[in-house]
Design a protein around this ligand. Structure first.
Ligand code: ADP
Length: 393
């Protein structure tokens, strides 16, 4: 089965064609093609919209597919709100619902809806599935997702914690349980997805019970350019006393804060390099980022009733031994010890880096959101076909 995985950003469209076997598992060489179309809808760009981007994709795929056809498409969608608790087969009503969630994700949901509409028009016979970044976190209890603000802010404006990176947290939760030999439904742990965007998730019984991102992906950990948690009065203070507009504060907190704001670097490799060379700002950025992360881990250890494992994943989590070491050194009080040699091992296999006597296992597990989206797409399409639902129902 050939699955086209699509990730539509506001001005870009990333895609992969993946081949799954008849059981829905990856084939030996699962990625047949991949690419990115950029600058969609930009003033001086020749690509005016997502429909045109798809035309380019189909052109690029012609040679690769060599007469074979795409069986289904799986789309990453950032926001599913409270409605989408699982991946869904795309209908016109589903596209309208994704568009209607635009107030919650103004930069992400409209281009996703545009991509879905363009696909439906271009290839009406290909079943499409949407996989949401938020779905995995719909299992959070109210004590974790409610903010202590007036009830009407929740009922009228949808102000609550939603959480993101769900596809990755979900996948890595299953892989961690497998690695330590615990049935998923009995697994309690903490997943650290540390990329440009970063979030930690508390897993109890294999499900998300808390996560560090909130109403938007700005909350929680220190990220490449995002501040993570801060006192909300800072925002109003900057606006009332220092002449900032709402848009300016928003831009600075999203694009000029985090590691970049403190150190001048967004890439963890550069921050570590500069810190080693004695750069004060980079040392401070690492201190703030690792201290914040350690605090979340301590809190989530309580949230999950005692973690069996802590897993590092995504760009920094998978690749940066020095960053992992700086975090783990702060966790000694939890009885966590790690093997310095194992921490230095690189590779694409899930692996443990904790020492034999560590009270909590520590794992490094590569994430793969495209693979997870392809597999979910396969499952949804198979289930729909079993029920006799064609793509146009
Ligand atoms: P995203 O998908 O959020 O854009 P990724 O998960 O690809 O991000 O992570 C990107 C980040 O991973 C980079 O900004 C970089 O800081 C970090 N990274 C990648 N490789 C390394 C490495 N070898 N050492 C340290 N950091 C790394």
């Amino acid at each position: 089965m050939l699955i086209l995985v699509i990730n539509s950003g506001s001005s870009s469209l990333k895609y992969q064609v993946r081949e799954l076997d008849e059981t829905g598992a990856d084939t030996e060489k699962p990625v047949l093609a991949e690419g990115i179309i950029e600058r969609i809808g930009q003033p001086d760009s020749e690509i005016s919209d997502h429909a045109q981007a798809l035309d380019i994709v189909s052109g690029q795929l012609e040679d690769v597919l060599d007469g074979r056809t795409i069986d289904a498409a799986g789309h990453r969608v950032v926001h599913g709100g409270e409605r989408f608790q699982a991946p869904a087969l795309v209908t016109n009503e589903v596209i309208r619902a994704i568009d209607a969630l635009a107030p919650l994700a103004p930069l992400h949901n409209p281009p996703s809806a545009a991509g879905l509409r363009a696909m439906r028009e271009k290839w009406p016979d290909i079943p499409q599935v949407v996989v949401f970044d938020t779905s995995f976190h719909t299992s959070m209890p109210a004590e974790a997702w409610r903010y202590a603000v007036p009830e009407s802010w929740y009922t009228d404006y949808g102000i609550r914690r939603y959480g993101f990176h769900g596809t990755s947290h979900d996948l890595v939760t299953g892989l961690t349980a497998e690695l330590i030999g615990v049935p998923r439904h009995n697994f309690n742990g903490i997943i650290l997805h540390l990329g440009n965007g970063a979030s930690a998730t508390a897993i109890r019984g294999g499900r998300s019970v808390d996560t560090s991102m909130g109403y938007t992906p700005l909350a929680g950990l220190v990220m490449g350019t995002r501040s993570g948690d801060l006192d909300p009065s800072i925002v109003t203070h900057l606006m009332t006393s220092h002449g900032f507009t709402a848009q300016e504060v928003d831009r600075v907190l999203n694009n000029e804060s985090g590691l970049y704001g403190i150190s001048g670097h967004t890439d963890m490799r550069e921050v570590l390099h500069a810190a080693d060379a004695g750069h004060r700002g980079s040392q401070a950025a690492l201190d703030v980022a690792t201290y914040r992360l350690a605090k979340y881990i301590g809190g989530y250890h309580i949230a999950v009733g005692g973690a069996q494992a802590i897993t590092f994943t995504a760009g920094i989590g998978e690749n940066s031994a020095p960053f992992r070491a700086r975090v783990l050194d702060r966790l000694e009080v939890l009885g966590i010890t790690y093997d310095h040699e194992l921490n230095l091992v690189t590779g694409s296999e899930p692996r443990l880096i904790s020492a034999e006597d560590s009270a909590i296992k520590v794992a490094v597990i590569p994430t793969n959101e495209e693979m997870a989206i392809a597999q979910k797409t396969y499952q949804v399409v198979n289930a729909a076909q079993a029920w006799g639902q064609g793509p146009g129902f």
